[in-house]
Write a new protein. Sequence first.
Length: 594
Amino acid sequence: MSRLPQPFKRPGSANFYLRIQVPPDLKKMYPASGQVWRSLGTPSPAEAKRRAPAALEAIYAEFDAKRQLRPPTDGDVQDIAWARYAYLVERDELLREKTYTEDELDEMWQAIVAKYGDEDYVAYKEFERLVERRKKYDAARLARTKELKSPDPNRTVRMVAPQVEDAVAKRGLKAPKGTADFRRIASAIQRAELEAFKRADERDQGEWGGTPTDPLVRPPSTSAPRTAPDGDRLMDHFAKFQQQQGSQHRPDTLNQNRQIVRLFSESVGEAKPVEQLTKLDVARWRDQLLKFPTKAQQVRELRSLKFPQVVKKNEALGRATLDPKTVNKYLSALAPFARWLSSNGYVPTLILTDEMYLTVDREKRGRDPFSDDQLKRLFASPLFHMCQGDRKEHIPGNVAIRDWRYWIPLVALFSGMRLGEIAQLLVSDVRDMHGQWTFHVTGEGDDAKTVKTAGSERIVPIHSRLIALGFLDYLGNRHQSGDARLFPEIKPDARGFFSGVPSKFLNGYMRAVGIKTGSTAFHSLRHNFADRLRAAGYLDQEFGFILGHGDRFGMTTGRYGTLTQGTLDMRVKLIEAVQYTDIAPKKKALRGCL
């Protein structure tokens, strides 16, 4: 998924803007700069960030609309001709309905006189307008018929040019002035108007059953697929959905979901009417996702292609494709929008149901735990003792690094906490409760903090081994320095996550010391923690809450969180049951290094 562009101030303006590079296939339709600028209409950084997803969606909708421009087909030309004919015939009927008899005109004159007086010029003009309406219509119809029959084709094209431009814009067609396609549509409109005026002439003679004799002017086939107009396409509806639901999600989540739904839109056809969507459309997309390459946007040959083209192209490239678990995540991203379409009446039935998800082996873990040998190799490596310093942490030396690079793996090993949960901790999230030091995992205290789910909020006792290694000394240094964050060097990445930089560094470090494989990564430490609890005799349902899978002991979610002494003791017992033999570094290696 691509990152959400960051708002910034344009020189000379107080407001924030989004600046988006124009896709290569659309560069001819934009200025030479190749960029699109959109004002977010606010000088506030926070408000600009909140408005950015909707503005970005509008830009992408504009790109999509321009991509939909296509040469008119014979069906398009026929549809345009019939639409113009039907409009003029209906207009003629309405005007005839508003043609007044002499008695009706007398009554109306009396009403106007009562209002304005019989000498009033306004009264006269008002009455004259009513009387002359039909005469003016007949005269205008006669004059236009004469001009439409002009032997000069350029003259007739100029006459109907406004109607051609309107029809082209409404249908997303590509027919610039001066082209053969523009003239072809102009000819169709000319023929349609002449047929409509024939019906009017027949009605003047009392004949109301006339039908077009021109073979071009006929109703479009009912079997022809309808194209949704701009503003009524799938991504237009998704923009409305996100506008209504956006405040419930992070901008990064909104951006990723938008890109996933865009893949679905490209799969079914971006101009397909929403009301025609079915379960079969979703099922076909799901099956094609299994052929869709991972990280497609990072592959040069695939970057500018639509979903069906990417799937087709990858048949030759042979890149690794999405696994069933990831496909289900894509379906989950579409599901709320599918429910919204159904609940708002845009689709007759729900197009995505639980039965449509792929069956996934839930016993199979996405990551394996590290072996004891791998853990020993990791914590015996230079970073956890003495190394050569920044960017050479994996090489033995005489520099002791004791910042987040050192502590985050150890905290994960002895707490089972997720990387993002550890990286975003505040100093105030480490607290002494009933004489026991604890980590408070919450989304509170800072707007940038997040938790995976409500059940992820929890209190985790600090393992005695971390304290023996000097963690409280490190905490004291943070208090003394006045730091708000436990690991102040870590900043949110472009997506707003604290885990971005640590993940890149730590997984790279594990690769450098030879323990990262295709099935192991930093997250494996969380599996090691769970396996140690199982080895201590605990069942998964007995310790799931300590991993953030739901808290059956009922932690409160108030800002500071409270636990009774007994409940805290139960958690301490779980944490202390996690033991590693000769794996973590010893305290003696840390003297003078904190």
